[in-house]
Design a protein around this ligand. Structure first.
Ligand code: NCD
Length: 303
């Protein structure tokens, strides 16, 4: 039985096949409308979500399956003190596959050790978010036509942003990618990303504080919000939250072929005026998330 806990759990070849399946689903939706007939997906969300949970549920419905679950820890037995081990062993009696989001790093991994059905990590604390990574890879591939040889800028909260950690880790397996990390000093990527990914694999990267100085070099700009819920104090959040605001003025310096990604939700970091720019990919990215999750459910259920 396979789970998806870490962005590296799928190798490059498997990722390629999964993205190809997602692209085929986009082209031939009808072909897939009954593949999960009689199957159930449980979404166990101990932390808030809009896109991830609903795209998982929409994905299962479009495959002809059913969904059940909860969308906050308050409405589950976690409030009574139940462990994730016990929760998944019970939910595994009711569902064929589980997508779990949890504020504690490593909770989905722990769950997978006891689960009778495949577990998908739908975000664990500030750690990883592998299905957002698959969404991002599909988006880059569809927008740029390749998953190699480009310059990507990650901007915003690179410390707590789990989508950033996952995507950097997954991209480190593709050739010729140049990384520019744009953040205030306090929000730079954690040490384990620097050592385990960049240094270990001899990948060079630049860390800068100003977006203006590098925006003209980028092929992909990955914007993120400052992760308020992971700050220890509100004053720091308020000081840092609007460090970067991408607007139409800043974009004048950017390449015509730039692709702007954002895992969403957006707070202030991209002006809504940018939405009309053809370089803004984030709503297409959110749609891709549903198709890639359809492909993932099929893969883990071996359909
Ligand atoms: C992200 C997450 O939950 O980490 N959202 C998402 O799943 N698309 C990004 C975020 O919350 O900032």
């Amino acid at each position: 039985m396979r789970h998806l806990i870490d962005p590296m759990d799928l190798n490059v070849q498997e990722t390629k096949e999964l993205l190809a399946l997602a692209n085929d689903i986009i082209l031939h939706k009808d072909k897939y409308s009954e593949v999960c007939k009689g199957k159930k997906l449980a979404t166990l969300f101990f932390e808030p979500s809009t896109r991830t949970r609903l795209s998982f549920e929409a994905a299962m419905m479009e495959l002809g399956g059913n969904v059940l679950g909860f969308s906050s820890a308050d409405s589950s037995s976690a409030t009574k003190g139940e462990s994730v081990h016990d929760t998944v062993q019970v939910v595994g009696c009711y569902a064929d596959i589980i997508a779990m989001r949890h504020p504690k790093e490593g909770a989905p991994l722990l769950a997978s050790l006891k689960s009778p059905v495949p577990i998908i990590n739908a975000g664990d604390g500030g750690h990883y978010h592998p299905t957002q990574t698959l969404t991002d890879l599909l988006t880059i591939q569809r927008e740029k036509g390749r998953l190699e040889d480009f310059t990507i800028g990650f901007c915003g909260d690179l410390k707590f942003g789990r989508t950033v950690h996952s995507l950097i880790k997954a991209l480190s397996r593709y050739p010729n990618i140049r990384y520019i990390l744009i953040s205030p000093k306090e929000l730079q990527v954690p040490d384990y990303i620097r050592t385990e990914v960049f240094e270990n694999k001899h990948i060079s990267y630049r860390q800068v504080e100003s977006m203006d100085e590098v925006i003209g070099e980028l092929d992909v700009l990955y914007m993120t919000r400052v992760q308020r819920e992971r700050f220890f104090n509100e004053a720091d959040y308020i000081r840092l939250k609007d460090t970067y605001i991408l607007d139409t003025d800043k974009l004048k310096k950017a390449k015509q072929e730039l692709s702007i990604l954002h895992p969403l939700p957006r707070v202030n970091e991209i002006s809504t005026k940018v939405d009309d720019d053809p370089r803004a990919c984030y709503f297409r990215q959110a749609l891709n998330g549903k198709y890639v999750r359809m492909a993932l459910i099929m893969k883990l259920l071996e359909l």
